[in-house]
Write a protein of this length. Sequence first.
Length: 511
Amino acid sequence: MKIQRIISAFFFLFILNGLIAQKIDINFINNADAFFKEQVVDGTVKYSNLKSNKKLATLIGTIEKADLTGSSPELKQAFYINAYNLLVINEVAQNYPLSSVQDIAGFFDKKRVVVAGQKVSLNTIEKDYLLKPFMDPRYHFVLVCGAVGCPPITNFAYHPDQLDQQLNTQTKAALNDDGFLKVEGKTVMISQIFNWYKKDFGGDKKSVVNFINEYRSTPIDGDSKFNYTNYDWLLNDHASLRSSINTPGGNNALRYVVSSTIKKGSVELKIFNNLYSEQKGSVGNLTDRSTFFTTSLSALYGLTNRFNIGINTRYRRVRNDNLPSSAFDVLGGGDTANSSRTGITAFGPQIRYAPVPKWTNFSIQSSFVFPIGNDLAGSNDQPYIDWTGATWNTQFFNDFSIGNSFSLFTEIDFLIEDIGGGEDHINRISTPATLIFSYNPIANMTLYSLGGYSPFWQSDFDYFVQYGLGFKYQFTPNLELELLYTDFSNQFLNKTGGNANTYNLGFRVNL
């Protein structure tokens, strides 16, 4: 009887193990390949729709119950590489939205994932399951950490029968990419990967150079100086708007580039609130305040990667007061007869176009808005709130990086206001020019200074000048906040000793 019980127990455990463990074979590789092809685009991942993705859940379940007994070395390596990348994606998806994997405490070193029935860390998979037994430094170019600073994730799975070729291809792609390794004279701008994992590449500079030159089309000089670029930990999220990916590292390596078009299928919503207030009167005797609060709402859709269409609208509150008063009184209670007014004042279409494919950060945006409402220019009973005629604005944007943490944005507009606005319409033509110098202390934060000048080309020449300081912060790749303060002056204010300033609050949302 005891022998029968022992045999029964072993039989039960064998059956139970069969139900729990899953033998890893080519089916896992094929399923992983189908998933990557569906969810990876241009080295970015569609995290926003993966939290409850059934295909991902099935793959993670297979990884957790994996049985690699008797598997070939090639199958084991392919399994662990694909498993690592899938587990990174799953961890991000379960914590999404976030701007970086560093937002998750212990993302790489805590035992938070299960592989073959064992609770382990991502570092364990990389170091103990791959690097120690197989000693292949090419893994550093295929294991993806969820950040734009690491080599881009592929839209295919690693296959045991093609593994050596795939490892070679990805290593060559990385080491011949200026965004990963760039030669500047006698200096080589090189990824931190070669600093953090120097031992894996031989342990000294000569060994690192020899490894690199094995895969480089143009070898680097062994006497070159190495400068390790700052690692960009911004999330490799497909929802992020196109950024300057090819800049050689640094905190601005994946900043949001305001001058570029958005990707095909993307939607960008912008809400920008501008509070303009001026104090006027006569020299030495300022008596009045005029304040305009404008909310501009625009929506842009990526019809293609280079051509976007959208709409924009304008809501305004205006208030005229005697001094002393506050600029923020315009945000207060209801309208007051003869001194304040509120309403949606304009609506119309806009397009954005990138005419030169090689100039990735140059675009042209054109909008045409029609007036909404009656007597917008004001009369004896109501104050001015907006132009009576239409407005046509064509803007030329350009943006480029300076070193690792700085960038320069330029904008030149051709603006016609009050087109066909009745007998007294002006058809005012101006050419505003704006220059913004930005500093990125960290990947998702921007500090900037702004200067602008606009001449008005009319019989009585006029102009305005403004300068200010601003701040942007990306809470996630999909949500950005902007704050800006400027001082403003024009010919009239200079003559009368008046002054003006603006307070600005903006939001950008990517869907």
